[in-house]
Design a protein around this ligand. Structure first.
Ligand code: M6R
Length: 365
């Protein structure tokens, strides 16, 4: 039931403050992670993990890419991320004491399951699943499971599944980091930041009207570029995926630093450029990337921390996002990009909840 909403996708976008909170519930105190809530043998399985191999597809893969930044930064454990359909068809080396982490909303994605089954034969320390469907194949075949509490996701374009995956992945990262010397004060700082996320997502939802206004600029465009740096690069990838899936506008994501290495050649007034720019130490670099785009007549749409000092001017439309902790920023910054693609699709009159050629769950190759 869509209730008061025009589409399931919009309803699911608006459910995010609640379901992100539900995914935290029982797993965090005010200032620490409750490791035993991740499973009675979680402590044993997480001790001595020397490498994390993440496998997923589509949006879930983007969640894995964000997690890699967290895992290497907070836990100091090397982490690799790969799409399942590539991983399963190449020779790969499983390093000793690898934690094999599959991320899947449905738990039934054929490639992800195949990669897990294959890796089992090669041997690894433990299989962890981040999944939204209890009793799914992935859940049944893993040693440790962290359920996201997104509830059923009907829209083919994944929204609340992604932000709850990120929430679960950050909690997992903190548990792993504990085994690898993360200072309790740092853990407390991040847990406090996680508790703020549902409220911050609500603040972003309040910008819906403004984002709808911005979306008009995309209606008659055929291409777009999404830029981000650091853990916001996968957010840019997810933003681009949303736009292409439901509005059928070609959208490509690049790490902002790659702009000069090729894609800048494409930038002109017909190529809107969307950028996520939270206030971290990369923002100064990002500002110079923005100048490069503007100098070529490109129209910029910047989602920036209101403290970041990026101002609207000729050719630059800035949406001020409430200040958030750098670690939790990818969760919050995903939401305006979801709303943007939603409104573009509605304006274009596409089938938002059931885009052409796509299925909710890819259970065959
Ligand atoms: O159920 P899964 O998370 O394994 O699905 C993976 C992808 O098929 C899925 O995320 C897909 O990319 C979404 N439709 C994107 O919105």
């Amino acid at each position: 039931d869509k209730g008061e909403y025009r589409h399931f996708m919009l309803k699911e976008i608006y459910e995010q403050p609640r379901v992100v909170k539900a995914t935290m519930e029982g797993r965090l105190t005010d200032s620490s992670v409750l490791e035993q809530a991740l499973g009675t043998d979680a402590a044993d399985l997480l001790e001595n993990v020397r490498h994390v191999q993440i496998i997923a597809c589509g949006t879930s893969y983007h969640a894995g890419m964000v997690a890699r930044y967290w895992i290497e930064e907070l836990a100091g454990v090397p982490c690799s991320v790969e799409v399942a359909s590539e991983y399963r068809y190449r020779k790969h080396v499983i390093q000793p004491d690898t934690l094999f982490l599959c991320i899947s909303q449905s738990g039934e994605t054929a490639d992800t399951l195949a990669a897990l089954r294959q890796a089992k034969e090669a041997g690894f320390r433990a299989a962890l699943a981040i999944c939204n469907v209890p009793g799914s194949s992935l859940v049944r075949e893993s040693d440790l499971v962290i359920m996201t509490q997104a509830g059923p996701e009907i829209g083919v374009a994944s929204t609340k599944a992604f932000t709850t995956q990120l929430t679960a992945l950050l909690i997992f990262t903190l548990a792993l980091a504990r085994h690898n010397g993360l200072a309790p004060e740092k853990e407390a700082e991040i847990v406090k930041a996680i508790h703020l996320v549902p409220g911050q997502v609500n603040d972003v939802l309040a910008l819906d009207g403004e984002i709808e206004e911005l979306s008009k600029a995309f209606m008659d465009k055929n291409h777009s570029l999404f830029l981000g740096r650091g853990s916001q690069f996968p957010v840019a990838m997810e933003g681009a995926l949303k736009l292409k899936e439901i509005s059928y506008i070609h959208a490509e994501a690049y790490p902002a630093g790659e702009l000069k290495h090729g894609p800048l050649a494409l930038v002109d007034s017909e190529m809107p450029v969307v950028t996520v720019a939270p206030n971290n130490d990369l923002v100064e670099k990002l500002k110079s990337n923005l100048e490069e785009v503007r100098a070529r007549g490109g129209e910029l749409f910047v989602f920036a921390d209101k403290e970041a000092g990026v101002k609207s001017e000729e050719g630059i439309h800035v949406m001020q996002i409430p200040s958030v902790h750098e670690i939790t920023a990818p969760i919050v910054y995903t939401v305006p990009l979801q709303l943007l693609s939603y409104h573009v699709a509605v304006l274009k009159g596409t089938d938002v909840d059931q885009p052409r050629n796509l299925a909710k769950s890819v259970t065959v190759e």
